[in-house]
Design a protein. Structure first.
Lengths: 401, 165
């Protein structure tokens, strides 16, 4: 036991309080979050998150890889929205390179990102409801999530670690039948959201456990750096997709759901409404999907098609060079942020002009959202902590990187 | 779509409200500025970083009320070795600005901005943990990712990616 600190991380207070250790292997901490609670009876006096159990040094690993080799690493940061991570990284490198992405690739990126958002929100809704005791919702959510994972498998060959976006476009053309399957899903899904809402939104047990619980004021939400639905449920009308659009989001019509209460129920309502907006955007992307190439016209950066690589000398040379020595990216630095299901996912990339990034930093939304937990929970009951953790929708891979 | 070349002239960049606010508030703190790839970077003298942040946070015409991110870049073996990078966002005006402060490698210390944004708490701990940059005035400067008894700071450039450290 030498590797654990001998002294408790939270100092014991008076004699009537005790330290309760929650996690790191606790089903309702959504991964390996460890919480140290100082409690007086059932009331929480202090709460201290202890993180780092999933720290794998991805930022350091990125510095040793070529730019194109970083894409699969980004999947593993926030494993519930791998395509959002892919997109953020690709957009950042494309910004460094000054690449123009063809419309079809942009629309596919939006389509898949909104499916990813639905996928991530379904996992959140299922686990959050199960934490509070509503088992059925979990089974329903994972039923629909399975359909989305099948769509991901169709385009990328992988259910979770997709790595489907490439610097300069997409890895492959979407396969035959993909759009039909996606359309089928988009047609079925809105009614499924009604099913979840029927189980929860007016359920008295659900509202008692969530309304007025773990409130976060507008000022605190901004001061603590909350983002995404956590910020919007506290009354801030800010969504990067609408306010600082990227990847062609300016072509889509959608509403940004906000709420002012700042409690667990408000965050729940924001995310459920986002499900409806996202499926609307999936529908728009399917209806308006442009024709054309899926990769930018940049032979030094984008791998050539297999067909060309086997028939044209030029293409073979570029293929060989990109794979063996990467491509140089002009020196500079960019910060690219996108609205991930959890909030502002940002990549800060510094290039020194070589084929490997000098520094890659991920601004993880869960990392900042976790900081709000202290404000939400202190003075409340232990059972509310479970509701609060579920409501900020953290992914520990995202926090620890 | 190649970008326009970077602009580094302070006079030309005064049109950006973040820089104008900083120059009006404390001109001595601004060391340099750069506008590259649609992003504004301002180098701040390291002793004035907290002041610069609090000036920007309440700037009347464009308040940078939201602290997105703090990180650090190690330019080993160059001196000054570390650059602490702050990304601020103005939610009402939908603008971003990047502040940078340079620190020497021997004993890197910079003032904490937790008093301006409590959100900085975790970020500064992360930088302390992974780069060994200290933040004076931080309420709880402890390791956050690595175990408490870890030796070294993994994101420093003289720390190997793999193998024996």
């Amino acid at each position: 036991m030498d590797q654990f600190p001998a002294t408790p991380v939270v100092d014991p207070g008076q004699d009537n309080t005790m330290i309760l250790n929650m996690g790191p292997q606790h089903p309702s901490t959504h991964g390996v979050l460890r919480l140290l609670l100082e409690i007086d009876g059932e009331t929480i006096l202090r709460i201290k998150p202890d993180i780092g159990y999933l720290h794998t040094g991805i930022e350091k690993t990125c510095e040793a890889k070529f730019y194109q080799q970083v894409v699969p690493l980004t999947d593993r940061i926030d494993y519930l929205c791998p395509l959002t991570n892919n997109l953020t990284y690709c957009l950042a490198v494309e910004k460094l390179l000054g690449l123009e992405i063809p419309p079809k690739a942009q629309w596919m990126r939006v389509l898949l990102n909104e499916l990813t958002r639905i996928n991530s929100h379904l996992v959140w809704l299922g686990t959050h409801a199960m934490d509070i005791g509503a088992m059925t919702v979990f089974l329903y959510c994972f039923r629909e999530r399975e359909d989305i994972l099948r769509l991901f498998e169709m385009v990328s060959g992988q259910r979770m670690m997709t790595s489907y976006f490439r610097i300069g476009g997409l890895a492959l053309e979407p396969p035959l039948g993909f759009f039909d399957k996606a359309r089928d899903f988009a047609r079925r899904f809105p009614e499924r959201i009604d099913q979840y809402e029927n189980l929860l939104t007016e359920n008295p047990i659900w509202t008692m456990r969530t309304k007025g619980v773990a409130t976060l004021s507008t000022e605190d939400a901004i001061a603590l750096g909350a983002s995404g639905p956590t910020l919007r449920a506290s009354g801030i009308d800010f969504d990067l997709r609408r306010d600082m659009p990227y990847s062609g989001y300016e072509n889509f019509k959608f509403n940004v759901p906000i709420a002012s209460e700042g409690d667990v129920f408000a965050r729940y309502m924001c995310r459920v409404k986002e499900l409806r907006e996202s499926i609307g955007m999936v529908q728009q992307a399917l209806d308006g999907m442009p024709e054309g190439p899926i990769k930018a016209d940049a032979p030094k950066v984008v791998l050539p098609d297999r067909e060309k690589m086997k028939t044209q000398m030029e293409a073979l040379i570029y293929h060989f060079k990109i794979v063996t020595e990467g491509f140089a990216v002009p020196a500079g630095e960019v910060y690219q942020a996108v609205e991930s299901p959890r909030g502002e996912m940002g990549y800060y990339i510094v290039s020194d002009g070589t084929a490997k990034p000098y520094r890659v930093h991920m601004r993880a939304p869960s990392f900042a959202n976790l900081a709000t937990l202290k404000k939400m929970c202190e003075g409340r009951l232990i059972a509310d902590v479970v509701a609060a953790i579920g409501s900020i929708d953290i992914v520990l891979g995202d926090i620890d990187r | 779509m190649p970008f326009a070349p970077a602009v580094t002239d302070l006079e030309q960049l005064k049109a950006h409200s973040a820089l104008a606010t900083l120059l009006a508030g404390n001109p001595a703190a601004v060391q340099a500025a750069k506008f590259d790839r649609d992003e504004l970077t301002v180098w701040i003298e390291k002793g004035s970083i907290r002041e610069a942040c609090s000036i920007l946070r309440v700037a009347p015409d464009c308040p940078f009320n939201y602290m997105c991110d703090i990180t650090c870049v190690d330019w080993f073996p160059a001196e000054p070795r570390f650059e602490v990078v702050y990304h601020l966002l103005s939610i009402p005006n939908k603008q971003r600005v990047r502040l940078k402060a340079k620190l020497e490698g021997s004993s890197p210390v910079i003032e904490s901005i937790t008093s301006v944004w409590p959100a900085a708490n975790f970020y500064e701990r992360e930088i302390f943990d992974l780069f060994g940059v200290r933040f004076s005035g931080h309420p709880n400067l402890q390791r956050i990712m690595m175990p408490d008894d870890w030796e070294g700071h993994p994101l420093r450039k003289d720390y190997p990616v793999e193998g024996y450290r």
